[in-house]
Design a protein around this ligand. Structure first.
Ligand SMILES: *Cc1c(COP(=O)(O)O)cnc(C)c1O
Length: 466
């Protein structure tokens, strides 16, 4: 004899019976059309998930009616959410030009085109067209760096962290590398100079103090185990006040005298002089080549404005040795990187710096930004509930370069009658494409320096939709 059912159990059973079968749902016109688009598999998975959640809601008494139309909408939304690509473009209104979390340097149009044309077809990546035999992938960028920097040889690996590691592993494994205590830095995401030394197999020999290291400190540390003297650009911080460190030329001489190699991690590595922009402390890589540094390393996607890559450049002999290291094969770059880097370097050679977005953004004046900010502020302030104000501010280059230095900009400060800055920021991030604003002291700030002009309409329209 069965236990008599309660009325709520009867209601639940009746609701469960109203749930349509999967096949019946999939037969509906909207879902059939969607399947054409995203494939049946994603749709079936999403449908099962939606139905399972529906049964859960029925069991917990949250539902009084099953609507097939609503179900269909839920399935469409769930399918689209899984089918959507996860990596997508965002509008960067933060004013940080090389924002590591937002993909650092946006690529030049020519770089994207060259990347697309070589990616979709076969290419002479490692093929010598002249001789009809196997070639080297380094040749494409080597010749350009030779012209731009006067370097004898240049290699490209996955990123600058890999470049430093590979250089140390090749040139100092089993021996010692001398580094000033003022340069034992951490770049973020756990790239620390002392840790990289350990992993490369080179013993770190620290010299000097945090703020002052003299040539004599280096000199006194040289033993028969010493292989490399390394200079590291402090990148994301600065020591000011009572400081001292040897000139690069003095280190070159010291290394030569003791038959050591001088390695310089430049961090950003500029191909042009940025002092006309008022940016100090980012020496051009060519100056290090000229000074006679044996191996110089820097990033492809910092102030160079190209794809993620690590550049190793300088003297032929140590670089050939690095090229022979089996780890070079482990850290090598693919054709996409080479294509994008080659086209970016070609823009430098043409002197067409405007083609490189990171450089273009650095050169926009506060007056130009102010004119655009005024237009945007007017558009946002016509929306009910918004209060908008323009104010002077600073954009930063970012990417761990030029700490304490900035570029003058004009900010659009937005407030809303009912939403906090925090909430506005979250709503903007949910826009499609997502908009990343600056949140400072409970205020939402938009810096148009990093917003491309063709994105301005989208930005204004996003506020209209909020
Ligand atoms: C940024 C930086 C690195 C790491 O470069 P990635 O290209 O991000 O790997 C290493 N050293 C210095 C001094 C840097 O500034």
């Amino acid at each position: 004899m069965s236990v008599p059912e309660s009325s709520s159990e009867r209601a639940e059973a009746s609701l469960l019976r109203q749930i349509p079968a999967v096949d019946e749902l999939l037969g509906r016109a909207t879902l059939r059309a969607l399947a054409e688009h995203v494939g049946r598999r994603l749709l079936v998975d999403a449908t099962r998930r939606v139905l399972q959640s529906l049964r859960g809601r029925i069991a917990s008494g949250q539902l009084s009616r099953v609507s097939v139309e609503l179900l269909e909408q839920e399935i469409v939304a769930a399918t689209q959410a899984t089918a959507a690509l996860s990596l997508r473009p965002v509008i960067n209104a933060s004013g940080v030009i090389l924002h590591t979390n937002l993909g650092r340097a946006p690529l030049a149009r020519q770089a994207v085109e060259h990347l697309a044309e070589t990616a979709a077809q076969y290419s002479n990546l490692e093929y010598d067209l002249e001789r009809g035999e196997r070639g080297k992938r380094d040749t494409h960028t080597d010749r350009l760096f030779a012209q731009l920097l006067g370097a004898e040889r240049t290699l490209v690996v996955n990123n600058n962290a890999a470049a430093v590691f590979l250089a140390l592993n090749t040139l100092a494994e089993g021996g010692e590398v001398i580094v000033s205590r003022g340069e034992l830095i951490e770049i973020g995401d756990s790239f620390r100079i002392p840790d990289i030394c350990v992993k490369s197999g080179a013993a770190l020999r620290e010299v000097g103090t945090t703020n002052r290291t003299r040539l004599a400190d280096y000199e006194a540390a040289v033993t028969e185990r010493t292989r490399v003297v390394m200079r590291v650009h402090p990148s994301n911080f600065r020591i000011v006040g009572f400081t001292e460190c040897p000139q690069l030329e003095e280190l070159v001489e010291l290394a030569r005298k003791h038959k050591l190699l001088l390695l310089e991690d430049l961090g950003s590595g500029c191909l042009v002089d940025f002092t006309p922009l008022g940016i100090r402390g980012e020496p051009p890589a060519a100056a290090s080549v000229k000074a006679g540094v044996d191996v110089i390393t820097f990033s492809g996607d910092k102030m160079l404005g190209g794809p993620q890559a690590g550049i190793l450049t300088g003297k032929r002999t140590p670089l050939e040795k690095i090229r022979q290291n089996p780890l070079f094969r482990v850290l090598r770059v693919d054709k996409l990187t080479i294509a994008a880097l080659e086209a970016t370097l070609a823009a430098y050679l043409r002197g067409d710096l405007q083609a490189i977005p990171a450089l273009r953004l650095m050169h926009i004046t506060r007056e130009e930004i102010a004119a655009r900010a005024t237009r945007l502020a007017e558009r946002i302030s016509t929306q009910p509930g918004f209060r908008v104000q323009l104010e002077d501010g600073e954009s930063v280059i970012g990417g761990g370069s030029t700490p304490g230095q900035s570029l003058p900009t004009k900010l659009v400060a937005v407030a809303h009658a009912r939403h906090s800055a925090e909430e506005l920021g979250a709503l903007l991030r949910r826009n499609s494409p997502p908009i990343i604003a600056r949140l400072e002291h409970d205020r939402l700030l938009l810096d148009l320096r990093t917003v491309f002009e063709e994105q301005e309409d989208e930005l204004a329209e996003a506020f209209a939709r909020l």
